[in-house]
Design a protein around this ligand. Structure first.
Ligand code: SF4
Ligand code: SF4
Length: 287
């Protein structure tokens, strides 16, 4: 009997980024050569482990910094996308790299979670890359941090993105109380109907959550936790000790305000509204 489907949220050691976003602790940080080498070795070990699995697996890479500027992430995405047991392999990226590397990828399983950071890249350049992804038939979402000074950018991005590409919005984390007026919230919800869940996260303590059962967080050493936000260890990927830990669980945290967390709560609409696009944040087409 084939084991049940697993979604893995992989976050290795890499924590460097070529961009300088004002809302990010990883802006313009550098990894040493040794750290990058270690990250590449860890990632290869992960890819090798996945290649030996027969169970269906989906993967989202959630690096602290930017992964696709590193060849080892591009090669891992290509290799994983071509494995028959992979349902989806996606990565969060600022889309600063070209698209030629995708020539060798299997676009049936590969997807990109792209974030547009106004101030770091010109809108026209970002959009040109989005149109190139669409021309290639790549599955991708685009998102932005909904800072009020970027409202015009959000509207422009919405109207200029290729048809069918979803634009998700995260609330600005450092906002003061009453940062958004009700009218602004409504117009942001017109762009992303699920914005309210990010702006005003539902209480999570005791809520059911698929993490720890069919969704796991994995670090570069293979340490498994249920999600990026709960520190309790659940064994290791590479010695198989995580298997005995898989079971239905409720959330031990009072608050879960990040999409890569709360989207796995079956009491919220994400499992239904995004279906097989949950990891890359692409709602299913309605109608
Ligand atoms: S692109 Fe992402 S990782 Fe890089 S500085 Fe901006 S928010 Fe941080
Ligand atoms: S609701 Fe969020 S914090 Fe709680 S277990 Fe799930 S992913 Fe983790």
């Amino acid at each position: 009997m084939t084991a049940a489907h697993l979604s893995l949220l992989y976050r290795g050691q890499l924590s460097s980024c070529n961009y300088d976003c004002p809302y990010c602790p990883f802006a313009k940080t550098y990894d040493s050569r040794a750290a990058l080498r270690r990250d590449a070795q860890d990632l290869q070990r992960f890819v090798d482990w996945v290649s030996a699995q027969s169970r269906p697996i989906s993967i989202l890479f959630t690096p602290w910094g930017e992964g696709l500027v590193r060849r080892h992430y591009r090669e891992a995405m290509i290799a994983l996308s071509n494995m028959p047991q992979i349902r989806r392999v996606a990565i969060q990226t600022n889309l600063c790299v070209g698209t030629r590397w995708l020539d060798e990828a299997n676009l049936q399983s590969l997807a990109l979670w792209c974030t547009y950071h106004p101030g770091q890249v010109k809108r026209a350049a970002f959009l040109a890359r989005c149109h190139e992804l669409a021309r290639r038939g790549v599955r991708f979402s685009v998102g932005m941090v909904a800072m009020l000074e970027h409202v015009d950018e959000i509207e422009a991005m919405r109207s200029e993105l290729p048809e069918g590409v979803p634009l998700w919005l995260n609330a600005y984390d450092e906002r003061p109380a009453d940062y958004y007026t009700p009218e602004q919230v409504r117009s942001l919800e017109d762009v992303d109907p699920h914005f309210g869940f990010n702006l005003d996260p539902r209480p999570s303590l005791g809520a059911p959550c698929l993490t720890g059962e069919s969704v796991l967080s994995v670090d570069g050493s293979g340490h498994v936790r249920r999600c990026h936000f709960v520190a309790t260890p659940l064994g290791n990927l590479y010695d198989g000790s995580f298997e005995a830990q898989l079971r239905p669980r409720t959330c031990p945290n009072t608050r879960c305000d990040c999409y890569i967390g709360y989207s796995h709560r079956p009491d919220l609409p994400f499992q239904r509204d995004y279906a097989d696009g949950v990891l890359e944040r692409i709602p299913r087409k309605v109608g």
